[in-house]
Design a protein around this ligand. Structure first.
Ligand SMILES: C[S@@+](CC[C@H](N)C(=O)[O-])C[C@H]1O[C@@H](n2cnc3c(N)ncnc32)[C@H](O)[C@@H]1O
Length: 208
């Protein structure tokens, strides 16, 4: 049975995501001071990469990927309508020409509709939202990415005594292995965050 009783795991969207101004105040303000290390720089290896940002929020990472990959293609996905509008306005302000923005549902990122080869599938501070992560990654991600696709999952590490909406790196690794992926890298991160890099194990689903 898939574990889904982690106390940090949310069912669906946090209601306050409907307030894009509040989200931007949290997700975009002074973030360079705590958002360490340079996750985007660690993941980019070529100039023309295609990046999917799953759970893109206000577009903080979308903007960074867009600027660092002017020859690349960035696809921002999020289920929250107010954040889709926010990102579209951000794009209209003129800084994200190589970005496309798509509203998805909570249970399906719609990768089958994209018709692109994906170099990086980035899941930043969003993994804890997936209610059934093994099934989600096995059925909605695995079939629609390539063997070369880097699946990068970044999040806060749980800290004893602090309430944090997150899932431990150990749990993410366990669930991703069950979904048919293998950990290929774990770049050095700030003490209270993690960055896990996976690739799919070709044609192999690991049984639960
Ligand atoms: C904590 S925010 C992180 C946003 C962004 N990745 C960042 O780091 O700034 C989590 C995001 O996940 C989105 N989200 C919630 N449930 C989701 C789901 N089932 N699938 C994809 N995204 C989801 C929310 O709407 C929100 O934008």
């Amino acid at each position: 049975m898939e574990s889904n009783n982690n106390t940090g795991r949310f069912k669906g969207c946090i209601p306050s995501y409907g307030d894009a101004d509040l989200c931007a105040a949290i997700m975009d303000t002074n973030r360079e001071n705590w958002q360490r290390p340079d996750i985007v720089g660690k993941l980019i290896t070529q100039p023309g990469m295609t990046v999917v940002d799953l759970g893109a929020g206000t577009g903080y990472f979308v903007d960074l990927f867009s600027k660092k990959l002017p020859e690349g293609k960035i696809i921002a996905l999020d289920p929250e309508p107010s954040l889709i509008t926010w990102m579209e306005e951000r794009k209209n302000r003129g800084s994200m020409d190589n970005v496309s923005i798509h509203k998805i549902t909570e249970n399906d990122p719609g990768l089958d509709q994209l018709n692109v080869e994906i170099d990086i599938l980035f899941v930043g501070y969003t993994y804890f939202h997936f209610n059934t992560p093994v099934r989600y990654f096995r059925e909605k991600i695995y079939p629609y990415i390539q063997n070369k696709t880097v699946v990068a999952i970044a999040d806060m590490a749980p800290v004893p005594g602090q309430v944090r909406h997150t899932v431990s790196s150990e749990q993410v690794i366990m669930e991703m292995v069950k979904a048919g992926f293998e950990l290929t890298d774990e770049p050095t991160t700030c003490y209270d965050q993690y960055l896990l890099v996976f690739k799919k194990v070709p044609q192999k689903y690991v049984s639960e």
